[in-house]
Structures are given as structure tokens and as C-alpha cells.
Design a protein around this ligand. Structure first.
Ligand code: ATP
Ligand code: FE
Length: 335
């Protein structure tokens, strides 16, 4: 089975070709336009998707070494995400399905982040059900109990900001460009993570809260800068390391609690923040302590990509679940 996947939920336009569980191509066009605004501008994002989508799909098909006619179905992200962005991918999928006379499959972006673990990747183990997946991205922070490919339950979630937002907003306070997550990661490697301490919120059950962190960082820095105007510059590495440690402490406290409560030792991570090297290292350390079996996605399947949508589409395809031409994109979509 050959599936063309389309992802356009935020600011990356992506198309991928999947043959059975093997990725033949995974093209991603990022959008630099947002950098100067310090965040994604929805209107600009949907316009850029419109410009990118046809060339990206074209390249994905060419690089896969297949013909358009070989495609059995088209899978697309229906939600959640930015409505204007989602509409571009959804409309494209509808016309492609109609034109090629093939079925289309609507996918949940958050299923995609989790199911990226099932893409064939030479010799890499795939998780067995049930497992827990910590999905940490720009818009979500979820502890997901994954019972089957398309049977998932969110057992913990953030009550305010997402982990990726915590990284990006902290970075912004430090004067770093958007998206700051990868930069915090980079500088953190050179810093002392125990140099500064920031408040960790108390939230019930398996839930998270990150909005207090940025306030705590902001006040701390404002106070320091009164005495030392170059405080941030001089302490950039230590600040990044300490901020990253705080975010990871918060994430792991609830992940460990969830693993104990569910008595599950198969632990996966997913989403853009799972590219964070500190998070990957910490996961391995906790795994050693707790005899966890861990699953870490390839870098290119962490942040938004169409490969994860194509594999999600595959499992819907195998279950005979298809969309019709009346399907509409939706900004909010839970599973
Ligand atoms: P969602 O999936 O919730 O709709 P999204 O698709 O915008 O949100 P992703 O593309 O999965 O999010 O992830 C983007 C986020 O990942 C950004 O907040 C970015 O800063 C963060 N991120 C990427 N790489 C790293 C890294 N190495 N360290 C920390 N954060 C990172
Ligand atoms: Fe995402």
C-alpha cells in the first residue's frame, strides 16, 4: 500500500510517501517568515502553505521514485492546529483524492506524533502495547496511554502552556530568536544546570502547568539586571541549563508517577521537544534506574512532518476508515 501524507497544521508544509511501513520520502518546507515576529503568524502561515504545498508534494513524489498513479490513498491532518493552515492541507487532499479517484483519510495530528514510532527504521524496535508516550510539542504536553494504534487516552495534560511554549517563551525572555527551544538545548550543554533555581508548580494528578515558569524567570532576571545589566549575556549557558533542568524535572515527575500508576515500563517520547538532547539523556537515565524500555523517535520525526501523518493514515486505511468530501478541518480535535 502506498500512502501520500500531508501535514500543514502549523508552520511546516510537509508531504511524505509511505510504502507499507517504510518512508520513501519526507519533504518539509519550513517558514522563515515568522522569525521576525517572534512567533507563528496564522495569516502568513496559511499563505505560505498555499505557496509551498504543490512543490512540496511534487518533490516528495519524485524523491520517492513513484508515479502519482501509484498512490493508493491520501492522508492529511484534519486537526488540531491553526485553522487557516489546516484548511490548505485538507483542501489539497480533497482535490487530489477527487482528481486521482483515490480514498482520503483524515488524521489527528497528535496521533501522528505518537505513531511516528511505527515507521520502519532499520533494526529499531517498535513499542508494544500498552505503552506510555510523553508527547511534548509546541502546542501540547500529554501523557498518553497508548492501548493500540488508534486507541489512545490522554491521562495527563497541561492546564496552561505547553512544554514547547515554556522553552520558547523562556528563550524569548533571554532575548533569543524564535523558536528558542533548540537554542536553549544548545547553550544548556555548556552550562551548569544547578546554578539557578526556578519555581516548580504544584498541579494535581498527572497534569502539568508551565505558565508560572516564565513569570518566575522574568522576575528573577529583572531583579538581577538591576544590579548587573549584562546578567543574561554573562550567564546565558547557566540560565539555559537551569531552565531546561526545571522543565525536565517538571516533565519527569509526572511521567514517573504515570508509569508507576499504570505499571507500565514501555516509555516513548514524541513531539518537537523530544528532539531536546537533555530530555533524551534524562529518559535514558531514568530508564536505567527504573528498568524502562524506551522509545525515542528519529530527529526528523519529532517536529512536524508528513511521515507521521502517512503512518497514521495507514492504520486508518487498514481499518477501512476513510473521509468523504464533506470533511472539514478543525482547529480543536481530541481523541
Ligand atoms: P503541536 O504538535 O502541539 O500542534 P507543533 O506542531 O507546533 O505543536 P512541534 O513541531 O511538534 O510543535 O514542536 C515544536 C516545538 O518544539 C517548539 O516549541 C520548539 O521550540 C520545540 N523544540 C524543537 N527542538 C527542540 C529542542 N532541541 N529543545 C527544546 N525544544 C525544542
Ligand atoms: Fe506537532
Amino acid at each position: 500500500i502506498i500512502i501520500l501524507g500531508i501535514e500543514s497544521s502549523c508552520d511546516d508544509t510537509s508531504a511524505a510517501v509511505l510504502r507499507n511501513e517504510e518512508i520513501l520520502s519526507n519533504e518539509i518546507a519550513g517558514q522563515r517568515v515568522h522569525q521576525e515576529y517572534g512567533g507563528v503568524v496564522p495569516e502568513l502561515a496559511s499563505r505560505a502553505h498555499q505557496q509551498n504545498i504543490i512543490p512540496v508534494v511534487d518533490t516528495a513524489i519524485k524523491k520517492a521514485g513513484i508515479k502519482k498513479e501509484d498512490i493508493d490513498a491520501i492522508a492529511f491532518t484534519r486537526g488540531p492546529g491553526l485553522l487557516g493552515s489546516l484548511i490548505v492541507g485538507t483542501s489539497f487532499a480533497k482535490s487530489f483524492a477527487l482528481g486521482m479517484n483515490i480514498p482520503m483519510i483524515d488524521c489527528n495530528h497528535m496521533h501522528g506524533h505518537v505513531l511516528a514510532h511505527f515507521i520502519d527504521d532499520e533494526g529499531k524496535d517498535k513499542p508494544e502495547f500498552p505503552f506510555l508516550c510523553l508527547t511534548v510539542s509546541g502546542g501540547h504536553t500529554q501523557i498518553v496511554l497508548v492501548k493500540d494504534y488508534l486507541d489512545m487516552e490522554v491521562i495527563g495534560t497541561t492546564i496552561d502552556d505547553a512544554a514547547g511554549e515554556a522553552f520558547d517563551k523562556s528563550a524569548k525572555i533571554l532575548g533569543l530568536p524564535y523558536p528558542g527551544g533548540p537554542l536553549i538545548d544548545k547553550y544548556a550543554k555548556l552550562g551548569d544546570e544547578n546554578k539557578f533555581e526556578f519555581a516548580k508548580p504544584q498541579v494535581k494528578d498527572l497534569d502539568y502547568s508551565f505558565s508560572g515558569l516564565k513569570t518566575s524567570i522574568l522576575y528573577f532576571i529583572q531583579k538581577q539586571e538591576k544590579e548587573k545589566p549584562n546578567f543574561v549575556e554573562e550567564n546565558m549557558n547557566d540560565l539555559c541549563a537551569s531552565i531546561q533542568k526545571t522543565i525536565l524535572d517538571i516533565l519527569f515527575k509526572k511521567l514517573i508517577k504515570a508509569a508507576k500508576e499504570q505499571n507500565i515500563k514501555s516509555i516513548a517520547i514524541a513531539g518537537g521537544v523530544s528532539a531536546n538532547s537533555g530530555l533524551r539523556t534524562r529518559l535514558e537515565e531514568e530508564a536505567k534506574k527504573r528498568q524502562w524500555k524506551t522509545f525515542i523517535p528519529k530527529f526528523e520525526y519529532c517536529t512536524d512532518n508528513a511521515a507521521m501523518i502517512a503512518i497514521t493514515g495507514r492504520y486508518h486505511y487498514l481499518r477501512g476508515e476513510f473521509a468523504d468530501q464533506k470533511i472539514a478541518a478543525t482547529a480543536r480535535l481530541i481523541f
